[in-house]
Design a protein around this ligand. Structure first.
Ligand code: GDP
Length: 453
């Protein structure tokens, strides 16, 4: 995400660093480049104007001229101003003091509302809440089914009028009134003591007054604690018009950016808070239910300036890493048992849980320069290794030495790879196993990530 903007800004600063003192002309040239980079990233014009004006004012002040390293000082200012347009402080969800907390999702069709409903449900459930999802998107024929699927995957119940359109007549005739559904959903949440209600609403492809009125009616029926405006980060310059329409139509309390995993130019992220003053609460970074991050303006600014986002990286790793498995593995190795292919598989899966390697590595400081190498990283490699190990019998996983030529051919066939791939994995595993044995002798430190060499 933001890779082009990030590259442009970092190269601007690189030019600046070669200078000792900064003249007004140097600063103006820098500001011009920043302005161009932001506009090319689809950041809204008024936001760009305000941003560059404050950076310029501050860069020309004593703050910079008196500094030991003026270029670094300018980077610091840009960082602080980026944090400011991204909303300053991070803000989490606000919960109701009594009764269920109502979270309503609004946004255009395809923005990612239904997916987000599932992600939030899972996120809240993991925090010990007992959410109920409400399918108040009765516009799209399969929206109710889609939410049911998502709810099931998140392990969260879904309140829906009917299980889809069974009679084959007009959807609206069959499943009725979204406002009533939302109201009944809230009543059900109260009765069944769910502490959070997540209301998915309908979106249209474009802005539309009927849709907006419906969203406002749902809002009035359930008086949400949070109205989250869901916006696709790839929407570009339209972000501002869309955000303003939803601000007027339903008056949202917070923003969720979706599809930040794509090669979005980032304009939406940098504009919406700027023009509406509403904070971004979450960033959605993929199609899986776990691809949701709390949004922290300071961390996002660090990412854009390629200063890395180590904190988010650590949080994701902690979430994905199964502490029980890790403890079991450590115990096993300490007791002198061997590291097996089955253990290797468990580790691979943990790595996959940690999400895309690219995404993870992209959060490390200075990774911008390695972006090209990252682009070439083939994540399917992990899937291939998993498939190969899965095609082995338990006996083979425990003792790979028994895997002779004909077994190799069978495993290759079973996993859809070549025998050479199987050979390569077995060699790599033998190397990893040897390393584990040595580490184990050296005092039982935690295993790393073998196999990714
Ligand atoms: P809705 O119409 O607003 O409910 O949008 P959906 O939740 O149905 O999402 C539309 C499409 O975008 C679906 O194909 C989702 O899988 C996809 N999608 C949603 N969020 C993300 C995201 O963060 N990243 C990516 N890559 N795809 C997403």
């Amino acid at each position: 995400m933001f890779s082009t903007l990030s590259d442009r800004l970092t190269s601007t600063f690189k030019n600046l660093r070669s200078k000792g003192r900064l003249s007004e002309a140097d600063i103006d040239a820098t500001i011009r480049e920043i302005r161009r980079a932001l506009l090319d990233a689809d950041v809204a014009v008024p936001v760009v104007r305000e941003f560059t004006a404050s950076v310029r004012d501050r860069a020309l002040s004593a703050e910079v001229s008196g500094a030991l390293n003026p270029a670094q000082q300018v980077v610091k200012i840009v960082n602080e101003e980026l944090v400011a347009i991204l909303g300053g402080e991070s803000r989490g969800l606000r919960f109701a003091k009594t009764g269920p907390t109502v979270i309503m999702l609004a946004g255009l069709q395809g923005a990612g509302k239904t997916t987000l409903a599932g992600k939030l449900a899972l996120h809240l459930r993991e925090q010990g809440h007992t959410p109920l999802l409400v399918a108040a998107d009765l516009q799209r024929p399969n929206a109710v089914t889609q939410l049911s699927v998502v709810g099931e995957r998140a392990g969260v119940p879904v309140f829906a009028p009917h299980p889809g359109n069974q009679s084959g007549t007009e959807v609206d005739d069959v499943i009725g009134d979204p406002v009533a559904v939302a109201r009944d959903g809230l009543e059900t949440a109260r009765q069944r003591q769910h502490d959070v209600l997540i209301v998915d609403t309908a979106g249209r492809l474009g802005l539309d007054s009927v849709l907006m009125q419906q969203a406002a009616d749902i809002r009035d029926a359930v008086t949400p604690d949070e109205i989250l405006f869901v916006i696709d980060a790839m929407i570009g310059q339209d972000a501002v018009t869309t955000a303003k329409a939803f601000e007027e139509g339903v008056d949202f309390t917070g923003v969720v950016l979706t599809k930040l995993d794509g090669d979005a130019r980032g304009g939406a992220a940098l504009s919406v808070t700027g023009v509406t003053g509403r904070p971004i609460l979450f960033a959605s970074t993929g199609e899986k239910l776990t691809d949701l991050e709390a949004f922290h303006p300071d961390r996002m600014a660090s990412r854009i300036l390629d200063m890395g986002d180590v904190l988010t990286l650590i949080e994701q790793a902690e979430k994905a890493f199964d502490a029980d498995e890790a403890a079991k593995m450590a115990q096993k190795l300490e007791s002198g048992q061997d590291f097996t292919l089955a253990d290797f598989l468990v580790q691979m899966q943990q790595m996959k849980n940690m999400g895309s390697m690219k995404k993870m590595l992209g959060m490390l400081p200075g990774m911008g320069q390695m972006r090209e190498a990252l682009e070439n990283f083939d994540e399917r490699e992990v899937d291939r290794i998993e498939a190969i190990i899965r095609s082995m019998t338990p006996g083979e996983r425990d003792n790979p030495k028994i895997i002779n030529g004909s077994r190799r051919a069978r495993i290759a066939r079973g996993s859809g790879v070549t025998t050479a791939d199987v050979n390569q994995l077995l060699e790599r595993f033998a190397g990893a196993q040897k390393m584990m044995r040595q580490m184990n002798k050296g005092g039982g430190s935690m295993p790393g990530m073998p196999g990714m060499g």
